[in-house]
Ligand binder design. Sequence first.
Ligand code: BMA
Length: 838
Amino acid sequence: MDLRWYTDAMTTATTPASSSLIDFAGAWQLRDADGGNACTLSVPGDVHSALLSAGLIPDPYVGMNEDAVQWVGERDWLAERSFQVDAATLAAPSIYLNADALDTLCVITINGQVLGETANYHRRYRFEAKPLLHVGDNRITIRFRSPVAEVTLRGAKLAYPIPHSFNATYGPKIKHWNLLRKPACHAGWDWGICLQSLGVRGDLSLRAIAQARIEHVYTRQEHDAGAVTLHVTAEVDAPRAGSSTLTIVIDGQTVRVPATLSVGANTVHGVVTIAQPSLWWPNGHGAQPLYDLTVSIGDERIAKKIGLRDLRVLNEKDEIGRALTVQVNGRDIFCKGANWIPTDALPQRQTRDAYAELIGSAQQANMNMLRVWGGGQFEADAFYELCDQHGIMLWHDFMFSCSLYPSEATFLAEIGAEITYQIKRLRDHAAIALWCGDNENVGALTWFEESKKSRDRYLIDFVRLDDTRGAAAVAADETRTYWPSSPCAGPGDFSNTWHQDGSGDMHYWSVWHEGKSFDAYYDVKPRFCSEFGYQSFNSLDSVKTYCPPDEWNITSPTMEFHQRNDGGNRRINEMFSRYFRMPVGFAETLYLSQVQQSLAIKTAVEYWRTLRPQCMGTLYWQLNDLWPVASWASLEYRGKWKQLHHHARRFYAPVVSVAVQKKDDVEVWAVSDLGDATHAQVTIELWSFTGTVLSTTTHQVALPKGGGAVKVGAWPVTDFAPTTADRNERFLQVSLTATAAGITHTHANTHVFTEWKRLRLPDAKVTVKTNGLAVTLSTAAPALFVHLNADGVRGEFDDNSITLLPGRPRTLTFAAKQDVTPAAFAATLSLLHLRATY
Ligand code: BMA
């Protein structure tokens, strides 16, 4: 197995330089609370990964091993190590333990005395440790308490039920998980394995300080013509009173602010003006310049990179309802992207490399936004740094999903502290566009028997929760919109946007969850569709990592085990029967599921892009997977592109040509996201599947400044295919060329007039010629969804799942993510296209 995916150490959060530091990264002794299963925990790291490395549990991602590792989260674990403290360090007025992210219920002991306890995965904890330390050898112990045992206790104490998503077979599989501040998906999800992780994420260290510790540094940007005024705030905690200096360095300027510190919390402000700022833009709209900012006081220093941009969320009332438009530096941006879930169910594998590969793939697919979904987590700093660098804006949920939540004072206080901490930690990232309260909690009020019966009680709980998080969000970040829930119509408006499309964001699931046909996407005109998805299977490359060959059949126990949506495989198969001829074998079935998924999402996105400016965003469900499973993702676990991701790269291109067939008319559109006005040439070719071009027309189209959708023309289908037989034998090839700012944009699209199963596809023989890692494909007859795979080799072709036409060979170039010789590469190639599946 190739281990490149998770070789580097887990990403740590920004660490201030400290005068004295004892870093607890490295080997700890781990054992369960009864003294068994002794092995090494590599900090930062998690218990499951430690047991796996020591051979004490089987790989939870393989076969049906998930069931065999449930005991791990059901017991307590002890980790310990010794460390040295010298007299000079101990002389400091304060030595504090910094724990960026502990998972989750931890009792920390130093030299046999309890230093502190933690109970929230989403918070940083800091404890004053000096009184427990002595010169010489010291011992630190962390008891990781079982999250399963804890939620069981909490559940038993509830005054009334607090319902949550639960499904014993498919997941979430643990009752009362909503009572613990730990990612919802750790209990399993309808794409997720149930692993109740325990461990240390991020930095764990002791820091000695003389003057002050920096709790937070954050900035506010004021954009005026030709300048940005940066207001810098440092929140510092001082062990004793005294004078100090806050030093701010940015853009070649150094500003020193005298500070008089009192014992405890202090706030210090400074202001810097940056003339002629280089502005940060989302991917596809300009560059992502980042300014180095360092802020120091006393012993500690924070370094960050700041993108200067003026970002607004427009949600005014209009003649349709209420818009949802993200505007950056005065330009309305059509948001293109997908939903993000944690990269891995084993936290130790959530590395910078894993982030970089996924975010790089998002950028390559012309995405400019991801939604950090509320059933997951606030990510490590590396994630946000990479999004800033790649121009990937973030719709950021808070961590609540598909459940109801308690609203008693202690729970709400915890939520307030969590949101305040995370926002102050993250608000300087240019990428973050808005804060959103949760995923689907307004809808969830209508899902459960209890909340249907006693709606008032649960509505009051929701309002108390939402008031708490909204107030915390606004207090911690006056620069961003607080969007109460996804989906909803906007601040202060909780009308039903699941099924009404006029306002705010929409989750449109009728095609997958209700089994409607793909053309149901034409029935809605979302202002911003933040979720819609269609499942597919993994590639055979991924299936091989978890499923033995004698189970290569989609209804085998292992293949069903790696499907977490009740009825998912059945639904994929049923949709095959509507649109396609049934595939002959397992590889063909996997391939066809990815064609089907691509067509579903392509249909939605292309149509909704033609609705611009009424619709200003599409984020499909979902970008990535956290273990190998049949799912809605366009990137498989460990990053391999499904066919959908190649289609996304095309349907999210800056300028696209689109054919939409409603009933018996075909409309052709040109859609532009370019800032500049320009012209496009659109060519519409009518082909027969025998390989002849029957007609060609060209059209000149003016594309408006700032982007827009322009109808090229509308024709009755009979103009192209007069008879039913013609519909089966012909197709359109639409292509577009537009030049703006010195860049020529091209796009091509294939449109068929009827279901693919009716088409008289020729038995095309595709010729494959390799030259190094470039592969030239040619054919004597049209071939659809031509997909090339380098079996078992990590990397991607620059295009794939394409239409291949006679006389128009295509060369696809492979970017390898591992070492491979041209000869070895050539030997791995396999190819499928639609006609070859039956
Ligand atoms: C959405 C998400 C997830 C879920 C997906 C697929 O509503 O918010 O909860 O995984 O649907 O069912």
